[in-house]
Design a protein. Structure first.
Length: 219
C-alpha cells in the first residue's frame, strides 16, 4: 500500500455487538500505561470521513487545529450535547489502531503511533440515548479494542486488560449521528473503527466487517 496506510491483520470475534451496560468507570480514570505521554511534533491530521486507503496528506499543525475542532456542540434528540474529537492513531510497527478523546495521550503522535485524524465526535459523559464505549488493550496482541457490550470482555479476558470508558456513543441511529463501523484483522490482531464505509466496505485486505460499534457525531 502507498502512503501511511499499512493494512495487516483479520477477525477475533468476541460475540455480537450489543448495547453496553451501566457505567463502571469514569473517563477521568482512563489510563494508557503501554504508551508514553505525547510530545508535540509535526505530523498529519485528516478528516477520516474523507480518508481513503492509500491516501496521504501532510498539513501544518496550525492548519490541523484550525480545520478540526477539539469539541462540538450539537442538539441531538432535543438535547444540547457537547462531544469531543475521537482521535485516531495507527502504529505500523506493531499494527494497532488506537482511539481516544484525550489528545494528551499521544498528541500529534508518539510511541510509534501516528495521528491519522478524527474518527468522529463522542461525548465524555452520558446523554439520553448514549451508552458507554469500553476500551481494552492486549499487550500480547498489540491491539486496542472498543465495544459497547461489556459482556464481550468484562473486566478483562483472553489477554485483554480493561482500561475504562473511552466515551459515549449512541446505541441507535439518531438524527445528527452516523455509524461507527467495526472491523478486525486476525492476521495482525488489529481492530479498526471508521465512519467512512468506503475505506473497507463489507471487508477487504484482510479485514472482516464485524458490524456497527455505535453511532457518533460526524466531523
Amino acid at each position: 500500500m502507498s502512503g501511511n496506510w499499512s493494512w495487516h491483520r483479520v477477525l477475533k470475534t468476541f460475540g455480537g455487538l450489543a448495547v453496553g451496560i451501566a457505567s463502571i468507570s469514569t473517563l477521568n480514570n482512563l489510563t494508557n500505561g503501554h504508551v508514553a505521554l505525547a510530545t508535540l511534533n509535526s505530523s498529519q491530521l485528516q478528516n477520516t470521513n474523507q480518508l481513503t486507503i492509500g491516501e496521504s496528506k501532510t498539513r501544518s499543525s496550525n492548519i490541523l487545529l484550525a480545520q478540526n475542532a477539539s469539541s462540538v456542540t450539537r442538539t441531538i434528540n432535543g438535547v444540547v450535547v457537547t462531544a469531543y474529537a475521537f482521535y485516531r492513531y495507527y502504529n505500523g510497527a506493531n499494527p494497532d489502531h488506537f482511539y481516544t478523546v484525550n489528545f494528551d495521550e499521544l498528541g500529534y503522535g508518539n510511541g510509534g503511533y501516528i495521528l491519522e485524524g478524527i474518527a468522529g465526535y463522542i461525548p465524555k459523559i452520558s446523554y439520553p440515548g448514549t451508552v458507554p464505549l469500553y476500551r481494552y488493550y492486549s499487550g500480547a496482541g498489540s491491539d486496542h479494542f472498543y465495544t459497547t457490550n461489556f459482556n464481550e470482555l468484562g473486566y478483562g479476558s483472553i489477554g485483554y486488560v480493561y482500561e475504562g470508558i473511552a466515551g459515549y456513543v449512541y446505541s441507535e441511529p439518531t438524527t445528527g449521528t452516523i455509524p461507527l463501523y467495526r472491523y478486525y484483522s486476525g492476521a495482525g490482531s488489529d481492530h479498526f473503527y471508521t465512519t467512512n464505509f468506503s475505506e473497507l466496505g463489507g471487508g477487504r485486505i484482510g479485514y472482516v466487517f464485524e458490524g456497527i460499534a455505535g453511532y457518533v457525531i460526524p466531523n
